[in-house]
Design a protein around this ligand. Structure first.
Ligand code: G4P
Length: 289
């Protein structure tokens, strides 16, 4: 399958869109969970239209895997656009405690308006949305203190929408269904593949590894030196860097050529396992308007 053909599951997408449209009027806010390593590629741009001007909170998840300086810039970027933002590592739970406070700060005018109508302590409802593998269930489990596996993970169990209480006056609507980002820009598919959000068996491993080397050579050359003992020189591209790394590792095939296929798998595995360090694969704009 080609990277630009990855907009699968149109049926699931339609169902999810219908569900969002049906529920949105009952929501006080929408929480969008993004992968801090690819904050734009892990967004679904249709949300702006689907969520119809509701207050939005952005959870930059996986901060433990992202470049910290970039995460701060991305947080500023989203704040400048009117979103509340929290930085989270849902796996360890770091940052999760800020969620309830951030929602209440975002909705303070709404809370005041409810109170003016005599609805003191009215439950706030927040719809949680995110693309697959972004960490949505991990986040929901941590923020609600829930331990159980999600029903959809068990074969044969169909899961409907679920209300998940965070505290006495805050509830999450956990939305089932598939919400992919747009794949019209093939770069989006490539970045999702780098992070492992798209399964490897649908993508050419070597093509992907070459693209990743290209990016690392441009933005993180010191990391390549440290991990693979290679130097990035003028004129190097992803393929030449992959060759250099494979040669250093001694991955050779008959005739002394580098086994680039093997090096490709190693690079992707090590990158995803965090062995190369923390990375952000989309650079935040320098100046935030
Ligand atoms: P989803 O509902 O959005 O599809 O994603 P889910 O929560 O199932 O998370 C997918 C994988 O990402 C899980 O790993 C989860 O532990 C991991 N994850 C989620 N948030 C974070 C984070 O902030 N940092 C890091 N490093 N990992 C995160 P898994 O390998 O599938 O499961 P497990 O081995 O961790 O149990």
């Amino acid at each position: 399958m080609q990277l630009d053909q990855l907009s699968w599951f149109p049926g699931h997408m339609t169902k999810t869109r219908r569900m969002i449209t049906a529920e949105i009027a009952n929501m006080d806010a929408v929480c969008e969970i993004l992968d801090a390593r690819i904050p734009l590629s892990s967004r679904n741009p249709d949300l702006d239209e689907l969520t119809a001007g509701k207050p939005r909170i952005v959870v930059l998840n996986r901060v433990d895997q992202a470049d910290g300086a970039q995460t701060r810039r991305w947080a500023a970027y989203f704040r400048a656009r009117g979103y509340a933002v929290i930085e989270v590592d849902a796996k360890s739970g770091a940052g999760v405690k800020q969620f309830a406070g951030a929602v209440r700060a975002l909705l303070k005018d709404k809370i005041a308006a409810y109170e003016a109508k005599g609805q003191v302590g009215r439950v706030l409802r927040v719809m949680i949305l995110g693309i697959p593998n972004v960490g949505k269930s991990t986040f929901i489990n941590k923020v609600s203190g829930k331990k159980s596996a999600r029903a959809e993970d068990r074969p044969g169990v169909t899961r409907g929408k679920q209300w998940v209480p965070v505290d006495k006056t805050l509830e999450l609507l956990d939305t089932p269904g598939i919400l992919w980002p747009k794949f019209e820009d093939p770069e989006v598919g490539v970045r999702l593949a780098f992070t492992g959000a798209i399964r490897d068996d649908v993508i050419d491993t070597e093509e992907l590894a070459v693209r990743l080397m290209d990016y690392l050579g441009e933005h993180y050359p010191a990391t390549l030196t440290e991990r693979y003992k290679i130097t990035v020189e003028a004129g190097d591209d992803g393929f030449s860097l992959l060759n250099k790394a494979g040669r250093k590792r001694g991955f050779l095939i008959a005739g002394g050529e580098v086994d680039t296929e093997r090096m490709s798998r190693i690079l992707l595995d090590e990158f995803r396992a965090g062995k190369l360090g923390r990375f952000t694969l989309e650079q935040a704009p320098e100046v935030c308007e």
